[in-house]
Design a protein. Structure first.
Length: 211
């Protein structure tokens, strides 16, 4: 098992890295502003599920390979960034449809689409990849044995903190959206802002360090 002192230190480090808004948070905020509270919650759920991908990869040893290869890391990073930019452009393009969508509710299949999109964002988030690949192993205690289990336990603590932190950001944004929803013009503006925010996330991911 992971020593208590290691667990406490890791929880502090995870909290610090999580509360600073990154791609997951900004994507959830963008979806909250454009699609509302339900989409915000689904975005957080999808991003957290996506974050589990690099965690499992690190636990089974694949994370070390990814972190050691600048080419592989860059490919993952660029793919995630390109996908975010695409989503942002589509959000801006469809901003005039927000008023009608608000009255009709989310169309069929929208929940699955939001989950799928946020899952990909979480799985390719460079901040999470770097944290799990380079920081997480430092808090394990190899002498205690069962290293993969230790990494999974610590990673689970990270994911729990992420649920509460990202959820708070997303719900706050969804609440603010209510004021914008009272005017079609305001709603168009917030739709454009949400799309621009998602594009900004993509740009920041693309320009982030390679290792």
């Amino acid at each position: 098992m992971v020593p208590v002192s290691h667990t406490a230190a890791f929880a502090v480090a995870a909290f610090v890295i999580i509360v600073i808004p990154g791609p997951n948070v900004l994507f959830s905020i963008g979806r909250a502003l454009t699609l509302g509270r339900r989409a915000a919650v689904l975005s957080v759920a999808g991003a957290v599920a996506g974050s589990a991908v690099p965690l499992v990869a690190v636990a089974v040893g694949l994370g070390a390979v990814l972190m050691a290869s600048a080419v592989l890391f860059t490919l993952v990073k660029i793919a995630g960034a390109g996908y975010l930019v695409y989503l942002g452009v589509m959000t801006i393009r469809d901003r005039k449809k927000l008023a009608a969508a608000l009255e009709a509710g989310l169309p069929g299949g929208a929940d699955r689409r939001v989950l799928r999109q946020s899952f990909l964002v979480g799985a390719t988030n460079p901040k999470t990849l770097v944290f799990f690949g380079a920081v997480l192993p430092q808090f394990a205690a190899p002498e205690a044995g069962a290293l993969p289990v230790q990494l999974l336990v610590l990673g689970a603590i990270f994911l729990v903190i992420q649920v509460f932190s990202d959820g708070a950001w997303a719900l706050l944004a969804a609440t603010a959206r209510g004021w914008f929803a009272r005017s079609a013009r305001r709603l168009e503006a917030v739709g454009g802002a949400g799309g621009a925010m998602i594009i900004g996330v993509g740009a920041s991911v693309a320009l982030s360090g390679s290792k």
